[in-house]
Write a protein that binds this ligand. Sequence first.
Ligand SMILES: C[S@@+](CC[C@H](N)C(=O)[O-])C[C@H]1O[C@@H](n2cnc3c(N)ncnc32)[C@H](O)[C@@H]1O
Length: 287
Amino acid sequence: MPRASLEKHPHEVAAMFDGVARRYDLTNDVLSLGQDRRWRTATIAAVGALPGQRVLDLAAGTGTSSEPFEAAGVRVVPCDFSVGMLQVGKDRRPSLPFTAGDATRLPFADESFDAVTISFGLRNVVDTPAALAEMLRVTRPGGRLVVCEFSRPTWAPFRTLYTEYLMRALPPVARAVSTEPDAYVYLAESIRAWPDQRGLAAIIRGAGWSAVGYRNLSGGIVALHRATRPADGRATRPADGRATRPADGPATPQSDGDGTSPRAPWPTSTTPDSPRRRLGRSSRPEG
Ligand SMILES: C[S@@+](CC[C@H](N)C(=O)[O-])C[C@H]1O[C@@H](n2cnc3c(N)ncnc32)[C@H](O)[C@@H]1O
């Protein structure tokens, strides 16, 4: 089975997810020690969609992340570019309107969703800013973005333990439960190479989103980033496929500890911060 490299060539990423599709949901539950259910509940709460609103669940895979939206009466559209994941999703969740599409060139009209969310998908997309710009384009002015993604544990001793788990324990566990263990080596490597909370917030803001804030889940193993499309902003897709940025005021996320409470704040301030870490770097500075 092809495993994707950290260059994240789209055909390699799609083929890798085609390969893990059948056992994806089970493997997820096992490797996250059941934590993924809590992370999904927090994501739904962060999106805060009302019944009848339209939500794009991008990189939805088999629809695990979309299902709770449907249960809440939200008109969710799961979208993914892995045909294997979409097929398994359609078999298991036939009522969901699965749509094939690439995050960097979405097959949706401008401003067609009240909110866009992406769970454990953004890290796999070849061009993060382009995907965030596309998400901005398809979201209505004033609409919301929620990104649920692996991040950086905030407490240093726990971070060390977690990194050991990722690099040492995860591959053998994956070998035991998955038919495609190499995909989980990619998982570990891609998590380590991903920006930390502030770094991702800066990238989101750079794509034109405003009021960017984040909260940590499970001590920062996962972070939820939330942002708003400026109400007076315009985002259109020019010929090169990237959305143009709407006007945006400064908004800075602050670390908020382990905000696992549904009522935890999403702090923002007006002082721009510098990203601690950019895409593609392999080490995270302390702080
Ligand atoms: C780890 S799965 C997450 C699935 C689901 N959101 C969940 O939470 O279980 C990541 C998904 O991202 C999809 N993906 C990666 N790059 C993509 C892209 N450029 N466009 C659309 N989907 C993409 C993969 O096909 C895969 O299904």
